[in-house]
Every structure is written in C-alpha cells, then in structure tokens.
Design a protein around this ligand. Sequence first.
Ligand code: AHR
Length: 521
Amino acid sequence: MIKKMILTIVLFSAIPFFLWAQPIANTLVVHTEAGQDTISKYIYGQFSEHLGHCIYGGIWVGENSAIPNTRGIRNDVVAALKNIKVPAVRWPGGCFADEYHWQDGIGPRADRPKMVNTNWGGVTEDNSFGTHEFMDLCEQLNCEPVICGNIGSGTVKEMSDWVQYLTSDGDNPMTALRKQNGREKPWQVKFWCVGNETFGCGGIMSADFYANELARYSFFLKNYGRNSLYKIASGGLPEDYDWTDTIMKKWQTTDGWLQGYLGGYSLHFYTVNDWNKKGSATQFGETEWFATLSRTLHMEELVQKHAAVMDKYDAGKRIGLIVDEWGNWFDVEPGTNPGFLYQQNTLRDAMVAAVNLNIFHNHCDRIKMTSIAQMVNVLQAMILTREKEIVLTPTYYVFKMYTVHQDAVLLPVDLQTAACTSGTNSIPALSASASRDRAGRVHLSLANLDPANSQNLRCELRGVTGARVSGEIITAANMNDCNDFGKPETVNIKPFTSAQLQNGILTVSLPAKSIITLEIK
Ligand code: AHR
C-alpha cells in the first residue's frame, strides 16, 4: 500500500530540447481506495503567547472595554476563530511560559502581582489574563487547552499543583483554592507541554539533562478523576536529530514510567532564511517569494528525519510528532515595538500555510498536532486587531478553506510536478494533499507555488465513484497583496470553476500563485 506522497520534480534540464516549447505536465494520482490514517483536527491548532498584542488587545480587552466582549474576551475574535474550527490553543508561551508563575494569574485581578515580560519588549504583565480567563477562552471556542508548563524557572511542585488546580475534584489544597476562586467543577485538560524550547529560553539544557527532567516532571503530573494528560516533550533545535534520539531512548528505557505518560514530542521550525535579515512581510519580490517557499519546504525533510528517529524506538507510532510552533517570521511592521513581533500577512503567507498543511496531512501517521505561531497579532497570525477593528488574514482563509480536512481520512497522493525557477532558485510548482470525510466526500487541496505561470494538472482519482466537482480558490493579483484595516478585503475565498471531472480523471487549470480546494462527490 502506498503510504507516502512521492514527489518527483521534473527538472527542465532533464527534458529533451525539442520538448521545451511544450507545456510541462503535472500529474497526480489520488489513491481513494488506500486511506488508513486520520488527519487529526489538532493539526489545525493555534498558539497564543503573552507576547505583544496576542493576548492583551487581541483576545483580552477586559470586562469594562467598549469593544464587545464576553467576560473580557473579544466577541469578534472568538466568532472569527469559531469559523475556522480552532481545535486547540497552546498557552501561555513560548519563552514566556518559562518565566510564568501560574499562581500570579489567579484570584481577584486587582490583587494579582505584576511582572516584567523580559522576553517580549520588557513590558509590564499585570496577569489579568490567567488560568481562569484562558480556560474561559477555550470554553468559548469549544476547543482543547494546551498548557505549557514552566520547567525553566519553576519547580516540580509548581507544575504538579497547576495540574491539580485545573483537574482535581479531590480533597486537596489546590482544589480548595480553585473553588475559592469561583470554579467549582474541575476542567478537563488533555495536552500538557513539559517545558518549551528547553535547549534555549526554556532553560539552556542539554538533551541528557532535559531527558531526566522530563521523566521527573512527568512522573509528578498526575491524572485526577477521568482526566488523562497527553504530555508533550520539548524538542531541540530544528535539525537536532540527536536530541530526538536522546528523548526517544529515554522514553523507551523508562518503560512503565515515562512510556505510560508521554504522548508527544515537539518540533519547532520557523520559516526564516536569515535571522539577522528576516525581510519585510509585505515589501518583497519574486526572489524573496522563492526564498521563503524554498525554506518552508524544508519542513518536509525535518518531519521525515525526526519521524525516522522516532520510528527507531517507536515503530508503532505511539508518540505523536507535535509541530507546536511553525510559520513565517519576518521583520516587524515599521514603527511597531520590535519585541512585539507584529507583522502583516500576504498571499505569500497563505501559500506557506497551504504548503505546510499539505506536508502535515501527508505525514498524519506521525504528526498528531501542530500550532501555528501565533493566533492573533503576532508572527503569521490568523487575525490582526487595531482597537475595535479586526482583519482576517490570507492565512486565516487557508485555515478556513482547509477545515474540510479536519478528522478526515488521508488519501495518499503521488504527485509529479514541474519545477518553477527564478534565478538560481527552483521549487516544485505544485503541492497537494487529499482526504475523505465521514460523509464520503473527497477533498483535494492544491497549491500552485509558481508566482508567474498557471499550471495544468491531470489527476487520476483512483477508485472514486463521485461525478461532481466543485471548488474554492484563494489568490490575488499580486503576491504581496494583503488585507488591511479600513480597506475591502483583497485576499479571501472565491468559487473556483476551472476543474473538470470525467471518468475518474480530473483536469485542473491552476492560476499562478493560487491555492485551491476541490470537493468531489
Ligand atoms: O513564537 C515566538 C517564540 O519563538 C516563542 O516564544 C519561542 O518558543 C520561539 O522561539
């Protein structure tokens, strides 16, 4: 059975001279008979850190704000996020998590101690958004909380107390404290990150040291009542396969201890070419388009290589690969606080989102959750806010169009695609993934990464019985088009009609720089 997408790039150099004038064929086979793995809806997770205006202004405005809110949480942001079926939100960081002491964020807001957010702009954090407010956000979104515990500057007791405070209904100090703060019943919390980037801002640990800490902390994070924690280990730097090896070995050799408790292993990878010269989010040309897409495609290699290390210890794929920070990281918008990581979002961001989601789908046998960084006003955001105004970004629309894949069965695809080139840069023209939902509908998502040329695709839907195709498209006149405050949207979802289906053969003409999702039923 074919389990992985086989991507063949047909290079211009491999084509005989007499064929240069011919359009290069892109072909795809969708194995509709071969689906076995489910694309977990948690692949569509979000990340929200106490960073810039992600929480304050973007989500939390306080109960007395003139901006319509429910118990202090913006109604417009919640409504928009519900439309993309956000399944999980990771909080409170990121680097912030390892300076965060959760007990500072409970109880009457006026009495909560303040702190300096040393990672992000040195601003005062007044702790007005804490555990109860975050859990309220998750309840309003009807999504799972993903809590990132402080291993860098916290203690085992502090972290295990947090679990008890959230999830226990027993006769113990933390349950009593929670009740005193107005929440009678415990919450259910499944996903728990045992530290964040412990190689760096989470404590500058070595892999061996962290492996021991992971085991020690994990042991004391208990399951209360029917709550069952899915603990996520911190990964190393993106290419640090030895780190993965060390953690997986620890997992294997602590059978009955860590094995019983660990659920996932984290990978962080941001699309950045040069950390000292990240470039503008909006002012760019074809060179930067190619550089960004070529960099983001590196995710495929990272996933394959980390998964291969994990396979060595866990052939049964019990541990999920959790890509809980990913996305574009550009220069901040001119005139904004450099520590707030506020950037605009263009069609290029939409393309990066589509390419990564296709990669995650095609590896859903191992990837069980991801969180794009970040949900509102930070890095590759879904939503930008300015006081009472709100903008839905091109990335938001990709997440919206792709909701059809959530919890659907992955259909393996074989893609043969032309390359598109600019100067010395060459990338595959097309990216693809497919799934079948519970109602039997097949969805095929395609991205044409070529910024200048349309691409024709012949697609064989092996085993498909459906006869009707409909579609949606995200594209724009310019590769750096974006949605902005006070202006009509230039990038959003439109109907797509350039796909024909006859006898199981689908022909599609994909406009330059476009993302398409087709439904076959
Ligand atoms: O998302 C911004 C930062 O990037 C996070 O705080 C950290 O985990 C990562 O380095």
